[in-house]
Design a protein around this ligand. Structure first.
Ligand code: SF4
Length: 338
C-alpha cells in the first residue's frame, strides 16, 4: 500500500478504498522521540519562527519519512496548510487538496466526497464499504470514551491517545482494533478513579505537551473526562452515510457548531472546569473570547508553542486552577448543606 500523508482528520474511508495507507503527519510529529528536530528541518528551509509548530512539525515529518503524496485540507482546518502545500509542491511532493464545505451540509459534503473519490480513482460505494469495516473500530474508541467519563476506569491520557489516533488508526486499522479491544477489556476489570477527583474537560487542538498535562493533572487529583476534538476524530455521530458522518463532525465548521457539542458534553460529563489549549500563532486561539463568554464553567487557557512538556510556570498555573476548583466545590457543598 502506498502511504499518503494527511494534515488533519479527513475522510480516510476514501483513501483506504483507493488503496492508500493514510499517515497522520501530526501524530508522527508528536510521537517522535525528538519532535524539535522535525521543527528544525522546517526552520532550516525558511519556515518562520512565528509559524505554528504543528505546521513545521508536519513538514519535517513528511520529509523525514519520505512521504511522496499528501492530502492537504484547504478549507475547514488551517489557513497555513495552503502555504505548506505550496512548499511541499516545491520539494517535489504530490499534494492533493481537499476542502470541507464551509458549513455542515450533507449535500455539499456528498459533492466534496465525490470529487475526492474521483481524484483518487475510487468510488463512494467502495468508500462506504470501508466505512462499514471501520464502524467497529470507531465504536470501540467511543466505548473507551464511555469508560473514561461514565465508569471512570480509563484515564484521560488513554482516552486522548486512542481517540486522537482515530484519524489514521495508527496506520494499521486491524492492529488498532485489536490493541484497543485488549485495553477496553482491561478497563472493564479496573477499579474506578476516586469519585472526589476533579473532572476536567480539554477543549481545543491537541497540545504539544504530549502526555505531560494528563499526568500532571492526575498527580494533583484531577482527570480529563472529555477530550473534545480527539472525540470528534472518532466520529461520535456517524449518521447513515459518509456524507452525514463528515457533516456531523464538528471540527471543520464554525465554533458555534463545536459549542453545541461541547456544552452538551460538559453537562452530561459533570465537568468541574475546562482547560482550553491554544497553539501559539494559531487563528483558533481567538476563539477563546467566545468560549469564555459562552461556557458557564471556570476556564484555564494554556498556550503552547514548541515546549514539549509542562514548564514550571505552566504547572503553577494548572495547580492554582485546580486549587480554585476544589475550593469552589467545597463552597458549593457547604451552601447545599446549609
Ligand atoms: S494549531 Fe492552528 S495554526 Fe497550527 S496547524 Fe493547527 S489549526 Fe493550523
Amino acid at each position: 500500500m502506498n502511504k499518503i500523508g494527511i494534515t488533519t482528520t479527513v475522510p480516510i474511508e476514501i483513501l483506504l478504498a483507493a488503496g492508500y495507507q493514510p499517515v497522520d503527519l501530526n501524530n508522527v510529529f508528536i510521537a517522535d522521540p525528538d519532535p524539535e528536530r522535525l521543527i528544525n528541518i522546517a526552520e532550516r528551509v525558511g519556515f518562520p519562527l512565528n509559524c505554528c509548530s504543528w505546521i513545521k512539525g508536519i513538514y519535517g515529518a513528511c520529509l523525514e519519512n519520505k512521504i511522496d503524496t499528501v492530502l492537504c485540507v484547504t478549507t475547514g482546518d488551517c489557513s497555513n496548510t495552503i502555504m505548506l502545500m505550496e512548499v511541499l509542491k516545491l520539494k517535489g511532493i504530490k499534494t492533493i487538496p481537499f476542502a470541507y464545505p464551509t458549513q455542515p451540509d450533507s449535500r455539499q459534503m456528498q459533492d466534496a466526497l465525490e470529487t475526492l473519490a474521483k481524484k483518487l480513482n475510487t468510488t463512494l460505494d467502495a468508500a462506504g464499504r470501508v466505512r462499514e469495516e471501520l464502524a467497529p473500530h470507531r465504536r470501540l474508541a467511543l466505548k473507551l470514551d464511555g469508560l473514561t467519563w461514565k465508569q471512570g476506569t480509563a484515564s484521560g491520557l488513554e482516552n486522548h491517545l486512542w481517540l486522537v489516533s482515530a484519524s489514521d488508526f495508527n496506520q494499521d486499522p486491524a492492529k488498532y482494533r485489536q490493541e484497543l479491544k485488549e485495553l477496553v477489556e482491561q478497563c472493564l476489570k479496573r477499579q474506578p478513579y476516586p469519585p472526589d477527583w476533579l473532572r476536567i474537560a480539554y477543549i481545543g487542538v491537541p497540545s504539544v505537551y504530549g502526555q505531560d498535562l494528563y499526568k500532571y493533572l492526575e498527580s494533583n487529583g484531577a482527570r480529563v473526562v472529555f477530550n473534545e476534538i480527539q472525540r470528534q476524530f472518532a466520529m461520535p455521530h456517524p449518521g447513515n452515510s459518509l456524507a452525514e458522518q463528515y457533516s456531523n463532525y464538528t471540527y471543520p465548521y464554525s465554533i458555534y457548531d463545536r459549542l453545541k457539542d461541547i456544552t452538551a458534553e460538559l453537562g452530561k460529563r459533570r465537568v468541574d472546569g475546562v482547560i482550553h489549549y491554544v497553539q501559539a500563532f494559531c487563528h483558533r486561539g481567538i476563539g477563546d473570547i467566545i468560549f469564555r463568554d459562552v461556557l458557564k464553567l471556570p476556564i484555564l487557557t494554556l498556550e503552547g508553542n514548541d515546549e514539549f512538556s509542562l514548564t514550571h510556570h505552566l504547572k503553577t498555573r494548572v495547580e492554582a486552577f485546580l486549587d480554585m476548583l476544589q475550593r469552589s466545590r467545597r463552597r458549593n457543598k457547604t451552601l447545599k448543606e446549609v
